[in-house]
Ligand binder design. Structure first.
Ligand code: DAK
Length: 268
């Protein structure tokens, strides 16, 4: 771990940052409150993701939680006294962070270990891929509190599962166990609790073994493409594909295939 990364890791209280090879593992670590998103947690996650965005040696990120919560939502005790202006500022802070996580040009896997409710479900949806433990529970219970999802839930949930199911889950606040989450397309894979981190690492190792620039541009093409019409998305795809043809890794990948040997990518 480099000095900057170590100094950052040492300064964290509600989260942890560990590095294994090219993979960063970020853990929400306030289990006594089921990792609810306090200001401090949001600030720490923001500092971590700002660092990881510029850390060239890190090619992929896994986000998980300590204890029985992934994240049990926004911190209710913190927002209980808020009026509209503080509420808006809180939502803005969380949305900015979640946009940063969604937009970081590296793959991010949420390894959802337990409760992913409200802001926790929204945080998981900001990641590229979700792997759930059999103990994971998802839901948007904001209506129970007299509010609406506002860390991206009304926008990202329908994009993932369709408007009908998203409306049902948001209107009723019904909690969904891991198997149903897989059935509706909210998670990619469900694994036993003790295999969760290994499953996330295995998938991330498979991803980081590919050409990093190809992964980065795939993410940009998919994310930006979801916000534009098909034609504009196809144009973007063409432009980004052309850029990959200028990389050393494209040459290496195709040379290696033709020489029947494994490719060695250099992120160049
Ligand atoms: N915030 C603060 N503390 C929480 C918490 C949360 N979201 N969730 C759990 N905790 C705390 C509990 O208060 C308890 O603390 P102590 O009593 O021990 O001090 C500790 O974590 C353990 O929780 P439980 O004792 O309740 O554990 P159980 O296993 O019995 O129950 C549970 C687990 C996840 C079913 C339950 O804790 C629960 O229902 N938690 C709340 C889930 C929830 O409603 N989350 C919030 C969703 S809403 C906004 C608008 C909307 C929002 C935000 C902003 N603006 C306009 C700004 C909404 C965002 C949300 O995320």
């Amino acid at each position: 771990m480099c000095e900057t990364c170590k100094a950052l890791a040492d300064s964290l209280e509600n989260t942890r940052l560990e590095v294994e090879g090219a993979i960063a593992i970020v853990t929400m670590d306030r289990p006594k409150a089921l990792n609810a998103l306090s200001d401090k947690t949001l600030n720490e996650l923001d500092r971590i993701f700002t660092y990881l965005a510029g850390a060239e040696e890190i090619l992929g990120i896994i986000l998980t939680g300590e204890g029985k919560g992934f994240v049990a939502g926004a911190d209710i005790s913190q927002m209980q006294p808020y009026g509209p202006s503080e509420g808006r500022a809180y939502a803005d802070r969380a949305q900015t962070l979640f946009n940063k996580i969604e937009g970081i040009e590296k793959p991010v896997i949420a390894a959802v270990n337990g409760y992913a409710l409200g802001g926790g479900c929204e945080l998981a949806m900001s990641c590229d891929i979700r792997i759930a433990s059999e103990k994971a529970v998802f839901g948007q219970p904001e209506a129970n509190l007299g509010v609406i999802p506002c860390f991206g839930g009304t926008q990202r949930l329908p994009r993932l599962v369709g408007t009908g199911i998203a409306k049902e889950l948001i209107y009723t606040g019904r909690q969904v166990k891991a198997a149903e989450a897989k059935e509706i397309g909210l998670v990619n894979q469900v694994v036993p609790a003790d295999a969760l981190l290994d499953a996330a690492k295995d998938m991330m190792n498979a991803i980081t073994g590919k050409a990093p620039i190809a992964i980065r541009y795939s993410k940009v093409a998919i994310n930006r493409g979801m916000d534009v019409d098909l034609r504009a998305g196809l144009e973007l795809e063409k432009d980004l594909a052309a850029l990959t043809f200028g990389t050393e890794d494209k040459q290496e990948g195709m040379d290696a295939f033709l020489a029947k040997r494994p490719a060695v990518f250099k992120n160049r």
